[in-house]
Design a protein around this ligand. Structure first.
Ligand code: MSK
Length: 678
C-alpha cells in the first residue's frame, strides 16, 4: 500500500507539556464571549463573585488530582502517588499509579452514565405513567417516531393502539435499566452496525443492564477489588456503552413526547433577556419540565401583561435550553460557564432548574437581586432556594406555579426601580437538526438512499469527513475560544460539522449557526455541499443552512451515534473506517468522560481540549491513546492548543479517507471484498 503523506500529526501527545501549561490566575476574564466580558466588568464593579473569580482563587490547583493520582476511595488515604519516582511510590494498600488513575477514570464514566441514564429513566417513567392515565398533560406528539422505534426493536404494531404500543416499547426500555440476564441491551443492539456488535462481543464489553454496569464499576473500584488497569478500563468501557444506551432512550422518548426537532430559527446570548418582560430561565437537562414551562408561558401571556410586563420571555441555559431551542425555537441565554452572569444582569425573575450542570453558586448571585432560584427535583436542591416539586400528574399546574412566581417577582423588580444590566449582544442561529431532519435534507437530493449524499461527498473528496463537536465549558481553557476556533478551522478544511451541548451554544452565540458563518469560514467543498442541500430544500427551510448543524443536548449525542452507524452501513464498512472524528474542546463533566469513552469505543478519533486526569500513569495514557486505536479504531487526541487540534483532527480524517479510497480502489480493481482493516 502506498504510504500516507504525513503521519507526524497522527499522534495524541499534547503539543504543550504539563509543566508549560501556564495560566495567569490574576486574569479572570478568561473568555472571548463579548457579553460575558461585559458582565465580568459589571460583576467586578459590583463585587459579585462568580466561577471566574473562584477559578482564580483555586490556583494553583492540586497537581496530584490534575494527573489522576490522588486516591480517595478509602479513608486510610488520601494517598498521592509520584509516578516519576517509580514502583516504590504506591498507596498505603499497595495500589500503583496505573490502578489509581484507571479506577478514578472509570468512576467518572460511571458518574456520567448515572446522570444520563437517570435522566432517561425519568422520561420513560413519565411515558409509562402517561400510558396508564396518570400524567394527563403529556401526549404522543410524534407517532411516526414511535412506529420507527417499534420496528427497530422488532415490536409488532398490529392491532395495537398508539398508547399500547408505546407502553410495550417503554417496558423494553425500563428492562434495559434493570434486567438480570446476560443479553445485550435492546436499545444499544438495535442501533449498532454489525462490525461494532462483533467487536464488543470479542472484547467482552457488551453491557447487560445500565444500572448493573454502574454498580459493577463501583464494586470493582472499591478498595481491594480490581487492580488490573486494563481490566478496569475495559469494565469502564462497558459502562460507557450503557451510557450511550441511556442517552438513546432519553432522546427517543423525548422525541415521541415532545416532537422530533426540525430546523428552527432563534437567537442566542444574554441580549435575549428582555427587562420589560417576565424573564424565566430554564436551566438543567430534562425536557419533561422545561417543555411544560414553555407551554405554560404561552397560556399565561395575558396574566403577565396584566401585571405590567410586555410578555413572558423564556430563555435557556445548558441542555434543557438546547431541548427547548431544538423543538420550539426558545432562545438561548448562555451556556454553562456564564450561568451566574445571566443572573448578574438583575433582570432574571426566575431561574428554574432540574438536574445536572447547575452551579450551586447561582444562589449567591441571585441573592444580590430579587431573583428566585426554583429547584424542582427531589435529588437536586440548593440551600436557600425555592423548591416547587415537579409532579407529572399535575405537570401543567406546577409549570404555571413557576411562571406565576416569575410574574410576582417581575412586579417587585419593576416597583423597586432597581437598574438592570443586560448586554445588548445576541446572534441569530438555526437549530433543530435531529437525525431525521438531516436525513430529510439529504432525501431531497437522493430519496432512495439519503445518506449517500453525505458519504458520496466524502468519497469524492468534496468533504473531508464529519466531526462531532460535543461537551462543556471549562475555565482550564479560555471560555468558548477553543470551541469557535476549532469549528472555524475544521470548516475551512471542508469538514461537515454536527454538534450538541454547550459547544453548539458557543457556536450559536458566535454566529456560527448561520449562513453568514458559511460565507465567512466554509472551505469551497463544504460551502458547495451546504448550498446544494439548501437549494434542494429551500421551500421548507426557515432560512439558509448554517455552518454547523445543532443536533441537540448532551443525551442527543445518541443522534450522532446513530449517524455514524448508519454511515458505516451505507459504506459497507465498520465505524472505524468512516472518516468521522469528534472533539470536546472544553470538556469538564463526568458525562463528558462517559461520552468520550463510548465515542472512542465506537471507533472514532476523539479530541479532548482540556486535560483529563490521566497523565499520572504512562500505562493508562498509552491505553487510551494507542492501544485503544489498535483494538477499537478510536483513540484520544489530547491537545490543549486549538490550532494544533484542528491539524490533528484534519490529519485523522485525511488518513481515514485516504485509506478508504485505496481499499475501495483495490476492491474494484481485483474484484475482492472491501478490506475492513482500519
Ligand atoms: S450542559 S454536561 S456543561 S455540555 Fe449538557 Fe454543557 Fe457539559 Fe453540562
Amino acid at each position: 500500500m502506498p504510504r500516507f503523506r504525513d503521519t507526524s500529526l497522527l499522534n495524541s501527545k499534547p503539543s504543550v507539556p504539563r509543566k508549560d501549561r501556564k495560566k495567569n490566575p490574576k486574569d479572570i476574564k478568561r473568555t472571548i464571549d463579548p457579553a460575558a466580558l461585559e458582565m465580568l466588568d459589571h460583576t467586578q464593579e459590583c463585587n459579585i463573585i462568580t466561577a471566574f473569580d473562584r477559578w482564580s482563587a483555586q490556583q494553583p490547583q492540586c497537581a496530584f488530582g490534575y494527573q489522576g493520582i490522588c486516591c480517595r476511595i478509602c479513608f486510610a488515604g488520601p494517598c498521592r502517588i509520584k509516578s516519576d519516582e517509580g514502583p516504590g511510590s504506591m498507596g498505603i494498600c499497595g495500589a500503583r499509579d496505573y490502578t489509581i488513575v484507571a479506577r478514578n477514570a472509570i468512576r467518572m464514566m460511571a458518574g456520567g452514565c448515572s446522570a444520563h441514564s437517570d435522566h432517561a429513566r425519568e422520561v420513560v417513567n413519565v411515558v409509562l405513567h402517561m400510558c396508564e392515565g396518570h400524567a394527563p398533560d403529556y401526549k404522543i406528539t410524534d407517532p411516526q417516531k414511535l412506529y420507527r422505534l417499534a420496528d427497530k426493536l422488532g415490536v409488532s404494531r398490529e392491532g395495537k393502539s398508539d398508547m399500547e404500543l408505546l407502553k410495550e416499547v417503554a417496558e423494553i426500555a425500563l428492562a434495559d435499566f434493570g434486567k438480570q440476564d446476560e443479553k445485550p441491551l435492546s436499545f444499544l443492539w438495535a442501533n449498532l452496525c454489525e462490525g461494532r456488535k462483533q467487536k464488543y462481543m470479542d472484547c467482552d464489553i457488551v453491557p447487560r443492564a445500565i444500572d448493573r454496569e454502574v454498580v459493577e464499576v463501583m464494586h470493582r473500584t472499591h478498595v481491594g477489588v480490581d487492580a488490573d488497569p486494563i481490566n478496569l478500563i475495559f469494565g469502564g468501557l462497558k459502562c460507557s456503552l450503557a451510557d450511550v444506551t441511556g442517552e438513546q432512550i432519553a432522546t427517543d422518548f423525548s422525541d415521541i413526547l415532545f416532537g422530533t426537532p426540525k430546523p428552527v430559527m432563534s437567537e442566542a446570548n444574554l441580549g435575549v433577556i428582555d427587562p420589560e418582560k417576565v424573564n424565566v430561565v430554564v436551566h438543567g437537562h430534562n425536557p419533561i419540565l422545561s417543555d411544560m414551562v414553555v407551554a405554560a408561558a404561552k397560556e399565561m401571556e395575558e396574566e403577565a401583561k396584566a401585571a405590567g410586563a410586555a410578555g413572558i420571555q423564556i430563555s435557556g441555559i445548558c441542555c434543557t435550553g438546547n431541548e427547548v431551542l431544538m423543538r420550539h425555537g426558545i432562545p438561548l441565554a448562555t451556556s454553562y460557564m456564564a450561568q451566574e452572569l445571566a443572573l448578574a444582569t438583575g433582570a432574571v425573575d426566575v431561574m428554574v432548574v432540574d438536574v445536572q450542570c447547575i452551579m450551586p453558586g447561582i444562589r449567591n448571585v441571585a441573592e444580590c437581586f430579587n431573583t428566585k432560584i426554583v429547584t424542582t427535583i427531589p435529588i437536586s436542591k440548593i440551600p436557600g432556594s425555592y423548591h416547587i416539586p415537579f409532579d407529572e400528574s399535575r405537570a401543567m399546574d406546577c409549570a404555571k406555579e413557576i411562571i406565576r412566581l416569575g410574574i410576582e417577582t417581575f412586579k417587585v423588580r419593576k416597583e423597586s426601580g432597581r437598574p438592570v444590566k443586560v448586554p445588548q449582544i445576541k446572534s441569530k442561529c438555526m437549530a433543530g437538526f435531529s437525525l431525521e431532519a438531516l436525513l430529510d435534507l439529504f432525501a431531497a437530493i437522493n430519496p432512495e438512499r439519503p445518506l449517500r449524499v453525505l458519504t458520496d461527498a466524502i468519497i469524492n473528496g468534496e468533504l473531508l469527513g464529519v466531526c462531532l463537536l460535543a461537551g462543556c465549558n471549562n475555565l482550564e481553557a479560555i471560555y468558548e475560544k477553543s470551541h469557535t476556533e476549532i469549528i472555524k478551522g475544521l470548516a475551512q478544511n471542508n469538514v461537515f460539522l454536527v454538534g450538541t451541548g454547550c459547544v453548539m451554544q458557543a457556536a450559536a452565540k458566535h454566529g456560527l449557526l448561520t449562513y453568514e458563518g458559511v460565507e465567512k469560514y466554509a472551505g469551497p467543498g463544504l460551502k458547495a455541499f451546504i448550498d446544494r442541500l439548501y437549494e434542494a430544500n429551500k421551500d421548507k427551510l426557515p432560512d439558509k443552512l448554517p455552518l454547523a448543524f445543532h443536533m441537540g443536548s448532551c443525551v442527543d449525542n445518541s443522534r450522532v451515534f446513530n449517524l455514524w452507524n448508519l454511515m458505516a452501513e451505507e459504506m459497507g464498512v465498520d465505524v472505524p473506517k468512516v472518516p468521522f472524528v469528534a472533539s470536546a474542546p472544553e470538556a469538564m463533566s463526568e458525562k463528558a468522560v462517559a461520552i468520550g469513552s463510548w465515542v472512542l469505543v465506537n471507533g472514532i478519533p476523539t479530541h479532548v481540549g482540556t486535560m483529563p486526569p490521566l497523565e499520572g500513569s504512562n500505562l493508562v495514557w498509552s491505553v487510551v491513546t494507542c492501544i485503544a486505536h489498535d483494538v477499537f479504531g478510536g483513540y484520544f487526541i489530547l491537545e490543549t492548543d486549538p490550532e494544533v487540534a484542528v491539524k490533528k483532527l484534519v490529519a485523522a480524517l485525511e488518513y481515514r479517507a485516504w485509506k478508504l479510497r485505496i481499499h475501495k480502489k483495490a476492491a474494484e480493481e481485483y474484484g475482492t471484498e472491501l478490506c475492513q482493516a482500519f
